[in-house]
Design a protein around this ligand. Structure first.
Ligand code: SAH
Length: 317
C-alpha cells in the first residue's frame, strides 16, 4: 500500500491505501485545510496530532505547514510536536553506530586508508598552525590518539551524537588512566552537529572526518550553519568518500555504498561544488586533496577539503 500525500492546497488523491490509514490523514488534514476555523489548541491537540499523524507526518513534505495550522499557530505546541515527530523519525544514534560498525565494509582497512586519512588530517592541522582543535563526529576516537602524541595540539575537544560511542572512545584511549597533564588536553562532549552549540565557538580548527555522509541531506544545511557560521573555526578539515572510487573494490557490489549508515556518497564534482558554495557563503577559501591511492580515472578513495577562514563576512542570499 502506498502512503498518501495530501497537499494542503489540493485534494486530488491518487493512491491505494487502507481505509483506516486514510482516516488518519483526513482527521488531521480537514481542520488544516480549513484554516479559518477557530478552536483553542491545547496540549491535548499535540497528543491527538501525534496519535493520528505519528506514522506519516514526519515524512510528509508539508509537515511544517500541517503542524502549524493544526495547532493554530501556537509556537510552543508546534515545536513540542515537531520535536517528538522528528525523534520518532530519527533512529537511536547509539544503535545505528553499533549495527553499522559490525557491518562496516572492511575493504577500506586493507589499504589502511584510515591511517592515511588520519595522517593527512594531522598534516593539514599542523600546516594551519592549529593548537586548539575540535574533532566533530569523533566516533571511537581514532584521531584523538594521533593528536595526543603531538604536543602542538594543546586542547582537543571531541564531539559525537552517540553517547555510547563516546564511552567507547574514552575506554579505548584509557583516558582515565592517563597522566593528568595529558588527560586535561582532551574534552569529550555529547551533542549533535545539527544544533547550534556555543561550546564549539572560538577554536583554531575543526576536523570532520567521514561524518557528513551519515547525515540526511535535508539536515546538511543546518550542519553547514552550525559549523561555518556559528562555530566558525579558522580552519576546517573535512573528508568524505569519493563514490567514483567504489568500482575499484571488487568486494563492494555495484551501486552499494561503503557503509550501511551512509545517506549519500558524492562524486568529486559533487563534493567540490558543495564545498565551494560553502566557501563563498561563509567566507572560507577551499582547497582539495586526495587521500589514498589515486587512480587516473576515478581519483582517490577519500576526498578531503581544507577550508581556511578568509575573514570575509557571511554572504546572505
Ligand atoms: N570521525 C570518526 C568517526 C566517523 S563515523 C572516524 O573517522 O573514525 C561518523 C560519526 O559521526 C559517528 O560516530 C556518528 O555517531 C557521528 N555523527 C553522525 N551524525 C552526527 C551528528 N549529527 N552530530 C554529531 N555526531 C554525528
Amino acid at each position: 500500500m502506498e502512503r498518501i500525500y495530501f497537499g494542503a492546497f489540493s485534494s486530488r488523491w491518487a493512491t491505494r491505501c487502507r481505509l483506516s490509514e486514510l482516516f488518519t490523514h483526513l482527521y488531521v488534514l480537514i481542520p488544516v485545510l480549513d484554516n479559518e476555523k477557530h478552536y483553542w489548541a491545547g496540549e491535548d491537540k499535540v497528543e491527538k496530532l501525534l496519535k493520528h499523524g505519528g506514522d506519516w507526518l514526519s515524512s510528509h513534505p508539508e509537515n511544517d505547514l500541517i503542524v502549524n495550522r493544526y495547532l493554530r499557530h501556537r509556537r510552543n505546541l508546534m515545536s513540542q510536536a515537531m520535536a517528538q515527530l522528528m525523534e520518532e523519525d530519527t533512529p537511536d544514534p547509539d544503535e545505528v553506530q553499533e549495527a553499522a560498525a559490525q557491518e562496516e565494509w572492511v575493504i577500506e582497512e586493507r589499504i589502511s586508508l584510515n591511517e592515511q586519512r588520519m595522517g593527512a588530517v594531522v598534516a593539514a592541522l599542523r600546516s594551519a598552525g592549529a593548537k586548539r582543535v575540535l574533532d566533530l563526529g569523533c566516533g571511537e576516537g581514532k584521531l584523538i590518539g594521533s593528536l595526543l602524541k603531538d604536543k602542538e595540539f594543546v586542547e582537543i575537544v571531541v564531539v559525537d551524537v552517540s553517547y555510547r560511542t563516546l564511552e567507547k572512545a574514552q575506554d579505548r584511549l584509557r583516558l582515565y588512566q592517563m597522566a593528568p597533564m595529558q588527560r586535561e588536553r582532551v574534552k569529550l562532549l555529547h551533542g549533535s552537529l545539527i544544533y547550534r552549540d556555543k561550546r564549539l565557538e572560538g577554536y583554531d580548527a575543526a576536523v570532520v572526518i567521514e561524518v557528513i555522509e551519515h547525515m540526511d541531506l535535508a539536515r546538511l544545511a543546518a550542519f553547514e550553519r552550525v559549523l561555518f557560521e556559528f562555530a566558525k573555526p579558522g580552519t576546517v578539515v573535512l573528508t568524505t568518500p569519493n563514490v567514483e572510487y567504489n568500482m575499484k573494490w571488487e568486494s563492494l557490489p555495484a551501486g552499494k555504498m561503503r557503509h550501511r549508515d551512509h545517506r549519500f556518497e558524492w562524486t568529486r564534482e559533487e563534493f567540490k561544488s558543495w564545498a565551494n558554495s560553502i566557501g563563498e557563503r561563509f567566507g572560507y577559501s577551499v582547497r582539495f586533496l586526495p587521500v589514498g591511492p589515486e587512480d587516473a580515472d576515478v581519483g582517490s578513495p577519500t576526498q578531503m577539503a581544507v577550508f581556511e577562514n578568509n575573514g570575509n563576512d557571511l554572504v546572505i542570499r
